[in-house]
Design a protein around this ligand. Structure first.
Ligand SMILES: Nc1ncnc2c1ncn2[C@@H]1O[C@H](COP(=O)(O)OP(=O)(O)OP(=O)(O)O)[C@@H](O)[C@H]1O
Ligand SMILES: O=P(O)(O)OC[C@H]1O[C@H](OP(=O)(O)OP(=O)(O)O)[C@H](O)[C@@H]1O
Ligand SMILES: O=C(O)c1cccnc1
Length: 489
């Protein structure tokens, strides 16, 4: 089925309800009221102790290009039925607001604002869906990659997931997010071309089957690919595969750079130990053992406990699809809006579930780092006009169980929000992917090990300042009074 409308903009990469709401705002003259929205998630993905933020670069590109094209407007007119005057307004819409955001590779936690969007109400509303779409996926994959890397430690990890990804965009952006999360390379050539990620790989069983013999296949492969890794498990790993790899490596000697072998089935612990022994006995002490086959952080941990001899891990399905948790669940919530008199008014969404009650107002988030230990004491959410660094001692308390508190002095308070878009203009230079990965790695040193273990980590404190907490309580009280005073007409 081919559409009559050109796919030439991302402005319509949104939910219909956003445009419908904007139509009402516009009709009522509210569309230009200043509003503040925040992006955050409520639960730590994979039960991990931290998440790795990713997606900012694509969000910034999206905002820079935001506009309804002629084909968008024609579609909205012909198929959705908006009226001409509203369409004329949509035609003029650009993103003119401000964005404050944590940077890619930053370690982030549940219930803290990752991005703050300050923009005319209509603009802020129209961009919600795309921002969540980008940040939810990329942050999820970067976090999964980081979990895997935490278990693997110093060995190389390659991303192999394209064939199993949820379509092409997910493969490309998932490969990128994997690198932000700490991986070293991808097998996806387009991701390499677009983002400069190192591309790497071995060969498939089909090649061995096509040549019918491993000897022929390895020989031929080595002739054209000097740095070669041979896949040794097509017929029988220890009886034919590994001995053939050794034989070809010996025969071709210096003509090739024999890098090692890949195992893709069977008992990886047993086979890798045996293969290591065989390679060492043949004098190939530097040959690497690459493994793949439905791996994730749990299997890797287990294989390590069994003493598997692995130098490089290839991870596909379980990384690129975030197999054990398919969505991050980040939300985009309004926290403040200009009233008729031109004053900003905080706003709150009430829920019977305490985690779902929003925290109103324009806020910042600071990482509180103990100068003595060099470790983070927690994150501290303040109202915009507060400066925690000016305090001698900070009282940090749990935002729900308020009796859980501690006092921190001799600290650095680092504002995690960077001003990345100013009046519609992107003012942030994206670092290289390599720099993002290095930043994430460096930041992990700020966390105590208790927050980094993959199983049942301690909960990292994300606290509200007293002023922020008081403001929230005041807003809750106002809503309670409103509900109490409500009478049916
Ligand atoms: N020693 C091991 N300990 C724990 N898990 C392992 C071990 N070896 C392999 N695995 C994992 O077990 C799962 C299934 O392995 P299995 O050998 O059944 O793979 P397979 O692809 O079905 O093999 P084959 O292609 O020979 O049928 C994979 O996720 C693999 O990573
Ligand atoms: O297992 P994953 O973590 O998803 O990693 C990617 C998998 O893709 C390939 O298998 P596939 O059977 O698709 O092709 P092959 O013929 O090359 O083995 C490769 O051999 C890996 O097993
Ligand atoms: O290069 C490889 O070995 C590879 C690439 C993609 C998927 N599986 C394996």
């Amino acid at each position: 089925m081919k559409s009559n409308y050109k796919d030439d903009s991302l402005a319509v990469h949104t939910d219909l309800y956003q445009i419908n709401m904007v139509e009402s705002y516009w009709a009522d003259g509210m569309h230009e009221r200043k509003s503040i929205f925040e992006v955050y998630f409520r639960n730590m993905p994979f039960g991990n102790g931290y998440a790795v933020f990713a997606g900012l670069e694509r969000v910034l590109d999206y905002l820079k290009e935001f506009r309804f094209t002629e084909s968008d407007l024609l579609y909205l007119k012909e198929q959705v039925g908006y009226e001409e005057d509203f369409l004329n307004y949509l035609k003029t819409v650009r993103f003119t607001g401000d964005v404050y955001s944590v940077v890619e590779g930053e370690l982030v936690f549940a219930n803290e604002p990752l991005m703050r969007i300050e923009a005319p109400l209509a603009e802020a509303q129209l961009i919600e869906t795309a921002i969540l779409n980008i940040v939810n996926f990329q942050t999820l994959i970067a976090t999964k990659a980081s979990r895997i890397k935490q278990v693997v430690k110093d060995e190389v990890v390659m991303e192999f997931g394209t064939r199993r990804a949820q379509e092409m965009d997910a493969a490309i952006w998932g490969a990128r997010a994997s690198v932000v999360g700490g991986l070293e390379a991808t097998s996806n050539v387009r991701a390499g071309k677009l983002f400069g990620i190192p591309v790497a790989g071995t060969h498939a069983h089909s090649m061995v089957q096509a040549y019918k013999s491993e000897y022929e296949a390895f020989h031929s492969y080595a002739r054209r690919h000097k740095d070669c890794v041979f896949l040794v498990d097509t017929y029988n790993t220890l009886k034919i595969g590994v001995p053939t790899a050794i034989r070809v490596a010996k025969e071709l000697g210096d003509k090739i750079n024999f890098q090692g072998i890949r195992l893709d089935s069977g008992d990886i612990a047993f086979l890798s130990k045996e293969a290591r022994r065989m390679l060492d006995e043949a004098g190939f002490h530097d040959a690497k053992i690459v493994v793949s086959n439905d791996l994730d952080e749990y299997t890797i941990l287990n294989l390590k406990a069994q003493g598997a001899c692995v130098d490089t891990w290839g991870i596909g399905t379980k990384l690129i699809t975030a197999y054990d948790q398919p969505a991050l669940g980040a939300v985009y919530k309004i926290v403040s809006i200009e009233n008729r008199e031109g004053m900003m008014e905080d706003t709150i969404k009430i829920s019977s579930t305490s985690e779902k009650v929003t925290t109103p107002g324009e806020k910042n988030v600071y990482r509180i780092i103990n100068r003595k230990t060099g470790k983070a004491e927690g994150d501290y959410i303040t109202m915009k006009d507060e400066d925690p660094q000016a305090e001698k001692t900070l009282k940090m308390f749990h935002p729900v169980h308020t009796y859980l508190s501690k006092y921190v002095s001799n600290f650095d308070a680092v504002n995690l929000h960077k001003h990345v878009v100013k009046q519609g203009e992107v003012i942030y230079d994206n670092p290289t992917l390599e720099e993002m990965r290095a930043y994430g790695k460096e930041n992990l040193n700020l966390l105590w090990d208790e927050y980094k273990r993959s199983l049942n980590p301690e909960e990292y404190p994300v606290d509200l300042s007293q002023k922020c907490w008081d403001n929230k309580m005041r807003n809750i009280e106002e809503v309670n009074q409103l509900v109490h005073a409500y009478k049916e007409e």
